[in-house]
Design a protein around this ligand. Structure first.
Ligand SMILES: [Zn+2]
Length: 58
């Protein structure tokens, strides 16, 4: 599984995402960003930061 903490990208956000693949994480992040952070589209530099912060879990 893969795991991402939103707080690694957006300070003070404690949301966490887990999914089987990076693309599922990205779609959860996009949905979360829209609902919680009011971001309609995740900018490329933020998406890159998200990818760099995805961790592999058992
Ligand atoms: Zn967040």
């Amino acid at each position: 599984m893969k795991e991402l903490s939103c707080g690694a990208v957006v300070p003070n956000c404690d949301a966490k995402f887990t999914a089987a693949s990076e693309s599922e994480i990205m779609s959860q992040v996009a949905d979360h960003a829209r609902r919680v952070h009011g971001t309609d589209d995740v900018p490329p530099e933020v998406a890159e930061k998200v990818r760099l912060n995805i961790r592999e879990t058992a």
